[in-house]
Design a protein around this ligand. Structure first.
Ligand SMILES: NC(=O)c1ccc[n+]([C@@H]2O[C@H](COP(=O)([O-])OP(=O)(O)OC[C@H]3O[C@@H](n4cnc5c(N)ncnc54)[C@H](OP(=O)(O)O)[C@@H]3O)[C@@H](O)[C@H]2O)c1
Length: 333
């Protein structure tokens, strides 16, 4: 399988490193696996014989790899070459129009290239359009890394709950707000100080309102609703309240009654993101930057997944999606 990686930032670089470290495991699944192209915002590297993963995993910028870097070249060009079987898309999230990722994903699917993405933007803006395009072109479109980082919610439902109807999903889908609320709960910190610390630790988005006003959690709720509950909802359909007005007094009062205040995304008839009281012994009541997803179904009844919602751990989800594409598209011997 010939792979191209679009975006060589945090996720793109960590993925290359994971490919290099786990090359034996990967080649056991697909002996012909190679990365033939990688692009960033300024250009790309391309070699149809395969790039050197060891060298690539030690460079910070693509231009440091070799003279092969084609500055000014675009991602569209490497998609158009038509030699890739799979594109991993990891460009910045843009929930206004999904770009640039949306155009890249559409171009790849139209060309019959399978897609794995960690980018919420295109899925929030055009979920149905993209899944229909993938189906029409007989391609897989996998996006495990877009919601709750390393927590394998889509794979679990797709593989293990095929006969269940998902009735309701409730989750803590934003690690930054969970960190802030946990600091307020355990250390009596004010919201302002906890937010400042989160920023200093690099936990917030560039614009922290994405986290604290529930925008990021709402995007993830939209993806979960569309992917797992067969809905066709948009960001505007989410009723949203962030955590700016959660006071230390409210948290202390809740604590006395054995509750914590958490930013909860609820997907049932309606979709809502808002601070809610959660009993401290409920499986959803996780702290720090952890994420949790509680799924209610007709047969299994209740399942809760807990894990790391962002950071290096997300590469686990992206790599697993890549292996899934390899396994599901392998031709029978
Ligand atoms: N970081 C995490 O923990 C995490 C977790 C889950 C999901 N995600 C999502 O995964 C995606 C990637 O995250 P990240 O942290 O790796 O972001 P990042 O560090 O900002 O990297 C983004 C990469 O995309 C490249 N890029 C921007 N515009 C491009 C274009 N037009 N063509 C080709 N490449 C382009 C950038 O190029 P330059 O290098 O030239 O700027 C950069 O290499 C985002 O959508 C993010 O929300 C991230």
């Amino acid at each position: 399988m010939n792979v191209i990686i679009v975006g060589f930032g945090f996720i793109g670089r960590k993925l290359v490193r994971a490919f290099y470290k786990k090359i034996d495991l990967i080649r056991n699944v697909d002996a012909s696996f190679k990365v033939i192209g990688v692009s960033d915002s300024k250009g790309y590297l391309y070699d149809s014989k395969g790039l050197d993963l060891e060298r690539l995993s030690y460079v910070k910028r693509l231009s440091e790899y070799s003279g092969k870097y084609r500055e000014g070249g675009s991602t569209e060009e490497i998609i158009e070459k038509g030699e890739a079987d799979l594109m991993v898309e990891a460009t910045p999230t843009n929930i206004n129009d999904g770009e640039p990722g949306l155009s890249f994903i559409k171009a790849a699917l139209k060309k019959g290239i399978h897609v794995v993405t960690s980018n919420k933007g295109p899925l929030v803006v055009a979920f149905k359009e993209l899944t229909s395009l993938a189906e029409k072109n007989d391609c897989l479109l996998l996006y495990e890394g877009t919601v709750a980082g390393a927590v394998p919610v889509f794979s679990l439902v797709r593989k293990c709950l095929q006969g269940d109807i998902i009735r309701r999903i409730v989750g803590i889908l934003n690690g930054t707000t969970n960190y802030i609320l946990s600091r307020m709960y355990f250390e009596g910190t004010s919201f302002e100080l906890a937010l400042k610390e989160a920023r200093e630790r690099g936990l917030t988005e560039r614009d922290p309102s994405y986290d604290v006003d529930g925008i990021d959690a709402a995007c993830k709720a939209v993806i979960l609703a569309n992917a797992l509950m067969n809905r066709n909802v948009k960001f505007e359909d989410v009723k949203r309240t962030g955590i700016r007005r959660v006071t230390q007094e409210a948290i202390s009062l809740a604590k006395k009654s054995k509750f914590a205040i958490k930013l909860i995304s609820t997907i049932d008839k309606h979709i809502e993101v808002s601070p809610k009281l959660v009993p401290i012994n409920h499986p959803l009541c996780v702290h720090g930057t952890l994420n949790a997803i509680h799924i209610e179904t007709d047969l299994a009844r209740e399942i809760t997944l807990i894990g790391h919602g962002a950071g290096e751990e997300t590469v686990s989800a992206v790599l697993n999606d890549v292996l899934t594409v390899m396994k599901e598209t392998a031709s029978p011997i």
